[in-house]
Design a protein around this ligand. Structure first.
Ligand SMILES: C[S@@+](CC[C@H](N)C(=O)[O-])C[C@H]1O[C@@H](n2cnc3c(N)ncnc32)[C@H](O)[C@@H]1O
Length: 296
């Protein structure tokens, strides 16, 4: 029986569909471009999971259906990002899947059997994505390589230092799930500034303390006992999203202006699917394609 990996909802489909579309466009252009013939294209999935997933809805249905049986072997596993990337043709020349969880790494290894012709090109790394990738950015010869990196965390795991390192290579196209409503908006507390640990987490994600002046203002309010100074939250989903896109623009050559909000069934934007291109030569084309793919 597979190690179950349940996450997401309808929005997960939207995310993965768009990623796969871009990967197809990327490798197609790459294969046709004469200048790119000497370069090695790499796909990096830095929060790779297992290669498949069950949606929470499917899992509930399956469990109900099989509740008399001891082992509900779910045959409706959906494909996850690592597997979808391996299906893309023309292929990448190398695949790097990073995952911290041991059981999930075990599942990822099975992909080598499912795709025997690509087996030698798949590297599976059990590590923290932030530290491993920063070392990889420093250690790779970017005159010979290009990469698409997908960062798909559950929450606040992606640190700004990683985004900076990816951008600095000037050779990476980045797809990133920014935890807009899932985490960031919640950490930006109403009725006063966030507690210190949350402030630090926000600074780690934004790579600056400027979020304070962007998302909070000081006001004076009259009370029965005289005027008091209060801190007021000014941030909403739109403002937070714009702030993050502007942060990406400080390090990447070009950034998609229409990141896609991925909403839950109550229409709350949980994540923002963002795209940024690092290679100055290809960035305009890459962003044009990504913006087309990101249309709602
Ligand atoms: C949302 S899931 C990824 C889903 C996957 N992209 C897919 O489509 O199938 C996030 C994954 O990141 C892993 N993870 C969490 N923190 C990590 C870290 N710091 N480094 C590497 N992997 C991490 C979790 O174990 C989990 O499997």
């Amino acid at each position: 029986m597979k190690t179950s990996h349940t996450f997401g909802g309808d929005w997960t489909e939207q995310k993965l569909e768009r990623l796969q579309k871009y990967l197809k466009a990327y490798t197609t252009i790459f294969t046709k471009n004469e200048r790119a013939q000497s370069l090695i294209p790499i796909y990096v999935d830095a929060f790779a999971g297992t290669g498949y997933r069950t949606s929470p809805l499917q899992l509930t249905k399956s469990l109900k259906l099989f509740e008399e049986f001891t082992e509900p072997e779910v045959d409706n596993f959906l494909k996850g990002s690592a597997r979808l990337a391996l299906e893309v043709e023309p292929s990448f020349q190398k695949y790097v899947f990073i995952e911290q969880n041991t059981a999930r790494v075990g599942e990822l290894q099975k992909l080598q059997t499912i795709f025997p012709q690509k087996q030698g090109n798949i590297q599976i790394i059990q590590s923290d994505a932030n530290s491993w990738l920063q070392g990889w950015c420093r250690g790779t010869d970017w005159k010979r390589h290009r990469a698409v990196v997908f960062l798909d965390p559950y929450g606040m795991q992606v640190e700004w230092t990683l985004i900076e390192a990816l951008a600095k290579t000037k050779a990476i196209d980045l797809w990133l799930l920014f935890p807009l409503g899932m985490a960031v908006n919640r950490l930006l507390t109403k009725g006063g500034k966030p507690p210190p640990a949350w402030e630090q987490a926000l600074t780690r994600v934004f790579g600056t303390e400027d979020w304070r002046k962007n998302f909070y203002s000081q006001k004076t309010e009259p009370t029965l006992f005289g005027d008091i100074d209060v801190t007021v939250k000014e941030a909403d989903f739109l403002k937070i999203g714009k702030f993050f896109v502007n942060r990406l623009k400080t390090v990447f050559s070009e950034v998609a202006e229409n990141p896609l909000p991925l909403r839950n069934s109550r229409n709350t934007p949980l994540y923002l699917l963002c795209f940024a291109a690092g290679n100055p030569r290809g960035a305009k084309t890459a962003v044009r394609i990504a913006q087309h793919i990101l249309r709602p």
